[in-house]
Design a protein around this ligand. Structure first.
Ligand code: NAP
Length: 312
């Protein structure tokens, strides 16, 4: 006889994707545990006002929305535990989710561990986060209407988000460490043709300064060594993003950038294990997408549990 797992579903990560999953699994009467390593809410906790999530025409504070998500999930019976997951043992009917301090067992697992934007690691970056330093133009661009902003990075994200910003701001200065962009040619062409875009090549931002909010960046030219102070009201940093995936390496198939590969039902390569939100491949990294993924993963987990003979 197979050992009975403690939970029907264990969800890794209490961000938008994980909590949306939990609302659906608990309403499907599945015993659900959500495990979070920091604070319930995930990335929206770091977003001041959310103006692009449907249903809130006047916007809503990120922490307030996070608290609504959490209340809604726990109201239907989701349990939330705090801890860091280090490993998955999910090949059998009883899935083992191994934490630093405890092992959790479940019939199905939803990975919603999200990701983190790479940081520059320069003085002022942390101090001015949410006060001029941003990692999300679509979230925060509106606060910089008619202002001069700086974008750091030369990949698709920097150009895509920089082009989005040109619709709102007065000017975008892109600071890139080489004299060639990594971004796709079409984005490069659009940026080169956009009169609001200027480029500072072979340069890095080595400091962010301000007085309550950002008012300048210190930029070093890597070729000449010269350091210049440039006035700016915002610094948007796009130097890559890394999914939180250490615990699933070697178990879940990952794309070259380390995101969990899924199909449209959020199924990974392992039966009974699903992935949702920013951690999954091809994510748009938007709140609404994370919620939608979480719901899709929950429905797939429900189907897996009710259809699978192995787990009864
Ligand atoms: P990315 O392609 O890895 O580009 C990161 C950029 O940041 C590179 O230009 C890199 O410079 C620069 N960089 C890295 N570390 C730095 C540092 N410490 N200081 C200064 N600059 C640094 O990352 P991404 O743009 O976030 O894109 C990630 C993935 O998402 C890609 O696969 C991308 O195609 C995809 N994406 C696609 C779209 C789209 O298609 N519209 C939009 C967003 C993201 P170097 O070039 O010198 O290495």
């Amino acid at each position: 006889m197979t050992m009975q797992p403690e939970y029907d579903v264990v969800i890794i990560g209490a961000g938008a994707a994980g909590l949306a999953s939990a609302i659906y699994t608990t309403r499907a009467m599945l015993k659900t545990l959500v495990i979070e390593r920091q604070a319930a809410g995930g990335q929206i906790l770091y977003t001041g006002d959310i103006e692009n999530y449907p249903g809130f025409p006047n916007g809503i504070g990120g922490p307030e929305l996070a608290s609504h998500f959490e209340k809604q999930a726990t109201k239907f019976g989701a349990e939330i535990a705090y801890g860091t997951i280090v490993k998955l043992d999910v090949g059998g009917a009883v899935k083992r989710v191994i934490g630093e301090e405890k092992v959790y067992t479940a019939k199905a697992v939803i990975i919603a561990s999200g990701g983190e934007h790479n940081k520059l690691g320069v003085p002022g970056e942390e101090e001015y986060a949410g006060r001029g330093v941003s990692y999300c133009a679509t979230c925060d661009g509106n606060f910089f209407r008619n202002m001069d902003v700086t974008v750091v990075g030369g990949g698709d994200a920097a150009l895509d988000e920089g082009l989005y910003l040109t619709r709102l701001v007065k000017s975008v200065t892109l600071v890139h460490r080489r004299d060639e962009l990594r971004a796709s040619k079409i984005l490069q062409q659009r940026a080169f043709e956009n009169p609001k875009f200027t480029f500072v090549w072979n340069s890095v931002v080595e400091g962010i300064e301000g007085n309550g909010s950002v008012d300048k960046v210190r930029v070093r030219n890597l070729k000449t060594g010269e350091v210049a102070e440039r006035d700016t009201s915002g610094v948007f940093i796009y130097i890559g993003f890394h999914p939180i995936n250490d615990f699933m390496r070697g178990v879940i198939d990952l794309d070259p950038a380390g995101h969990a590969k899924v199909n449209l039902e959020m199924k990974t390569n392992v039966p009974g294990v699903f992935a949702a939100g920013d951690v999954r491949t091809f994510s748009e990294r938007q709140l609404g997408n994370a919620v939608g993924d979480g719901i899709a993963a929950a429905i797939s987990a429900y189907k897996y549990i009710t259809d699978s003979k192995d787990v009864h």
